[in-house]
Every structure is written in C-alpha cells, then in structure tokens.
Design a binder for this molecule. Structure first.
Ligand SMILES: [Zn+2]
Ligand SMILES: [Zn+2]
Length: 248
C-alpha cells in the first residue's frame, strides 16, 4: 500500500499546498481520500488525473470535497468520451452538495459519480479493507482505517479528541492525524486537535508512526505543533508535505 499526499493544508489552501487529499494505492487500485480545494492540481502533478478508481470523502466541508465539483468536468468531457461513473463513498447529501456547487441549477452529477452513503462499519473498496467511524467534528465526519496485506493506515479526518479516533488508529503502522490548533490556549470545543492531542492519540492508539497534517500556520506554528506532539508521543513524528510518498 502506498500513500501519496496531494494536499495537506488545513481549513483553507496554503501558499505551498492544496487542501486535504490523499491518494492510497494498492495492487494498481487508486483510492482518493478527500478532494479538497486545489487538490485536483496536485492530482495531475503526481498521477494521471483520470486514473482514479474510487473516492472517499470524510465530510462535506469545502477543504475536503470542493474539487470533486471541478473534477466533474474532467470525467464528463474527456476528449476520448465520458469516463465511467466513479464510486464516491461520502456522507449522505454529497450528491446534492456537489451538484449545487457545480452548477447554479443543481444539475445532477450522477452520470459522473455513483454515491454510497457512509455509515460506521467495515467494507471493501477494491483490494482495500476500509473501516470508518464518526469522529468529533460539527458536521457528519468519518475517520478512516485502511488495511491491506496486514498493514494499516489510519486517517483522523477533522476531529477533536474522541474514542472512535483511538479505535480507528489502534496499532496503525501510519497514523495520519490532523493538528490544527495551538496547545496551551483555549480553542473552540469539538472541532480540531492540537499537536499535543494528536500526540496523545498516537500514544493511546500505540501507532508505529505519526504523520501530522491539516496544520494551519495562521493558527499555530509548525514548530509548536511538532514540539507538543513529540512531547506526548515517543515514536517518530513528521509533518507531511505535498508530494510526500509513504510505502507501507
Ligand atoms: Zn478540514
Ligand atoms: Zn472539517
């Protein structure tokens, strides 16, 4: 299984990164997890943008799904003919949300996407075994655990601390975890993690490696996030970058 970071900027695009989008590949199958603002650009930089086999949207905030709207053009109007409908696993309402953003008339996009509503549970996507569960964020949001050949990638999506996150991340080889907020100050509740909280989750879940993502430099410096995470977790910690690849 290979993870490629397409975009990792938290909440809005950064000067050097699109918003959240992660390509997970195994046995030639390509699952795109989240498709945030600007990430269609990165998808072209690191792969053939037409070669996506499934999409999973963890929630319907713009920074995790907006390029699924612009991607309609790529698939519907390919010069060689429309590409086959693409499975999209997403919270209920994704079809309407994408259609509303795509055109003012709310023109359906079901010629491009076949939607499957997410519910907590485990199911196959291609050769991958995917488990999702509700995490602690103001809209319906799913953290993700992806397993293949005994290796485990866990992704927090956006969340404040919660038990579901620990279950999803349990003993993961790679734990891709958001860290948006500054430690040591009062942050809005039930929204995001601090670096310290990401580190605590990594320790409690006993993961092999912590990959920090969804940083928002305007809210907390990278140095302070890393310092807080490494104080709470003794294993390897790094902040992901666009284009970074991890084989597991
Ligand atoms: Zn976000
Ligand atoms: Zn969000």
């Amino acid at each position: 299984m290979r993870l490629t970071v397409l975009g990792c900027a938290g909440s809005f695009p950064g000067p050097e990164s699109a918003c959240s989008a992660y390509l997970v590949e195994a046995e030639g199958f390509r699952l795109l997890i989240d498709f945030g603002s600007g990430s269609l650009s990165a998808l072209q930089r690191y792969s053939d943008m037409r070669r996506v086999d499934a999409i999973l949207l963890t929630h319907l905030h713009c920074d995790h799904m907006l390029d699924a709207c612009t991607y309609v053009v790529v698939r519907r109007y390919d010069p060689a003919g429309a590409l086959p409908p693409l499975p999209v696993y997403a919270p209920l309402g994704a079809a309407e949300r994408i259609a509303a953003a795509y055109s003012t008339e709310g023109e359906p996009v079901d010629d491009v996407y076949t939607f499957y509503g997410l519910q907590p549970g485990t199911f196959p996507i291609g050769p991958l075994t995917v488990t999702v569960d509700r995490v602690n964020h103001p809209v319906e949001t799913y953290g993700v655990r992806v397993e293949h050949n005994g290796r485990v990638l866990a992704y927090s999506s956006d969340t404040a601390p919660c038990e579901a996150l620990l279950r999803l991340a349990a003993h993961a080889d790679l734990f891709l975890c958001e860290a948006s907020y500054q430690d040591g100050v009062v942050n809005p509740p039930d929204l995001h993690l601090t670096g310290g909280e990401a580190g605590e989750a990594a320790t409690k879940a006993d993961v092999g490696r912590l990959l920090l993502t969804h940083l928002v430099p305007a809210w907390a410096s990278e140095a302070s996030i890393v310092e807080a995470a490494t104080a709470a977790y003794a294993g390897p910690v790094e902040v992901v970058r666009p284009g970074a690849r991890y084989d597991l």
